[in-house]
Design a protein around this ligand. Structure first.
Ligand code: ATP
Length: 515
């Protein structure tokens, strides 16, 4: 198993073992691409949502929040284009009976070409030793140049085929590049077909097409259909935004990467309504703003990058992804899209309601343009976890520890109170008394179910920034030791100072102040 595959497996196992994520309905062997969050998972997820919500709504006077229903009038999805165009190109392998997304198979082929370049670089680095100049090699090696040209050609063909929804062209590429089923190596493929990703259900007792409802595949439309309501009830002036966090559902064709691609997931979306013609300024503004939000968590800059879309969605005139270096490579974490007036215009047409804004400065009415930021909460969770989980040597000791280096403001438990000995009534009573005070300030955990070393390890593994240890000296002078998760430094402090010290680091305020 490759190192990264191994890393990813460890991460998935860690999520389960420490109560972050379980497969859904696991006693029935689970449900594909659906997951449940456990006690630590739900706390981390809530903290991620809180960070996003505060960054959007609390810090921007001109952004307000809503919580729209998952079910929406079926016309919504006609207007938004999802009924006609929210499709992925599906291809089946006739031998393995496995189903794939044709575009992803082609992307996989491009990744293989990239891997060839990486191997050339490695070989050359070995050959030239210290004198190796990576940039020079990349610029001058004829082999690298050949692969780069091939990747570029495939990229362009794929973008053209996807934009034109040319399913025949996708199939032709799969045949021409001799792309095989990644699991079995078979090249016995069906034709490429369109597959609509929306789940449908029935409303009440109305049978047939008339009662057909969709589970929303994105939260954005709940915002668009409420544009007038929000505008009329808040008197916001353009530019202003509406933010929402909520569930979305997509019947993904391939969903094999844990919580990266789920069939039920949560989105955090913000639609920013602007004057037509100013959308590119706001697009740049939100690109910068969102990257800042990620970096403030301490994620190294080289793990995040922008990636412009090769083919634009049916609604966009500019689109970029923020990609994160997941254990399986750089992948989309968040999308920033300039959606023009596509959605409001179509809703206006289909509903017959005027979805316009009277601009007092221009003295004219128009349908606003929209710049949106859209991030999957679960994907963010995976990014945070994969960045945080490390195995490290304990300084001064021969053993290693599993450590979750979460930003303290996101940690599920902010502070654990641990008696040095679990069978000592006085220590236990004192530790409980300290816990009973701290629990009003933040998520705290009292634990006396093991030796102190074991308790520390358990807190390290769930990312608790501070452990407070109650020992015999505590009974004498009301001091405790406070142990910092990452440095392992222990300091003796007065019990009365614990709250203040922990709060300083776990408070979300310092994170928000970086934005
Ligand atoms: P992808 O290309 O990975 O399918 P997308 O471009 O369709 O994603 P958007 O429609 O832009 O995704 O959705 C915005 C965000 O919602 C994505 O950046 C991602 O974080 C999240 N998201 C989308 N689909 C899923 C899914 N199936 N599971 C988890 N998160 C998702």
């Amino acid at each position: 198993m490759s190192q990264t595959a191994d890393q990813f497996k460890k991460l998935v196992a860690h999520c389960k073992e420490y109560g972050f994520i379980y497969p859904s309905s696991e006693i029935y062997d689970g449900l594909s691409a659906v997951y449940d969050y456990g006690p630590n998972g739900v706390a981390l997820k809530m903290a991620i949502k809180e960070y996003w919500w505060k960054a959007m709504v609390q810090l921007h006077e001109n952004i307000v929040g809503i919580d729209a229903a998952i079910f929406m009038h079926p016309k919504t999805w006609k207007a938004s284009g999802h009924v006609d165009a929210f499709n992925d190109p599906l291809i089946d392998n006739k031998d393995s009976k496995r189903r794939y997304r044709a575009d992803q198979l082609i992307e996989g082929y491009m990744e293989k070409l990239q891997a060839k370049i990486d191997r050339e670089v490695q070989k050359a680095a070995k050959r030239f030793g210290e004198a190796f100049d990576r940039e020079k090699f990349l610029a001058e090696s004829p082999r690298v140049a050949k692969y780069v040209a091939q990747i570029e050609q495939v990229r362009q063909r794929l973008a053209q085929a996807m934009t034109a929804v040319d399913l025949g062209a996708l199939k032709a590429m799969i045949e021409e590049y001799q792309i095989a089923d990644p699991e079995t190596g078979s090249r016995n493929w069906t034709e490429v077909r369109q597959f609509n990703l929306m789940f449908s259900t029935q409303l009440g007792a109305i049978a047939g097409e008339e009662g057909k409802l969709y589970l929303r595949p994105e939260t954005a439309q709940g915002i668009f259909v409420n544009f007038l309501n929000v505008r009329n009830t808040t008197r916001q002036k353009i530019p202003f935004g509406i933010a929402q966090i909520g569930k979305a559902f997509r019947n993904e064709i391939v969903a094999r990467q844990f919580i990266f691609r789920m069939r039920e997931f949560e989105q955090m979306e913000m639609q920013f309504f602007v004057r037509p013609g100013t959308e590119m300024e706001w697009y740049e503004y939100w690109k910068a703003q969102r990257m800042k939000w990620h970096l403030a968590l301490g994620t190294p800059a080289d793990k995040l990058r922008f990636h412009d879309h090769d083919n634009l969605a049916h609604y966009a005139n500019a689109a970029v992804d923020i990609e994160f270096a997941f254990p399986f490579g750089f992948r989309e974490l968040e999308g920033i899209h300039s959606r023009t007036d596509f959605d409001l215009k179509n809703h206006q047409e289909l509903s017959g309601k005027k979805l316009q804004y009277f601009d007092p400065e221009l003295q004219q009415s128009y349908i606003p343009y929209v710049v949106e930021t859209s991030i999957g909460c679960d994907r963010m969770f995976l990014a945070v976890m994969s960045q945080a989980l490390v195995e490290e040597q304990v300084p001064g000791q021969g053993n290693t520890r599993e450590l979750l280096k979460l930003h303290p403001a996101l940690a599920p438990v902010k502070c654990a109170v641990l008696p040095l000995k679990r069978n000592d009534e006085q220590l236990v009573a004192k530790a409980r008394a300290i816990f009973d005070v701290l629990k009003y300030s933040f998520d705290c955990q009292y634990d006396d179910t093991g030796s102190i070393g074991k308790l520390y390890r358990r807190q390290d593994a769930i990312g608790t920034p501070y452990c407070i240890t109650v020992d015999y000296q505590t009974l004498e002078d009301d001091t405790v030791t406070i142990r910092e998760r990452d440095t392992l430094q222990q300091e003796r402090i007065a019990v009365t100072r614990v709250e203040e010290i922990v709060r300083q680091r776990v408070d979300m305020k310092s994170l928000l102040q970086k934005l």
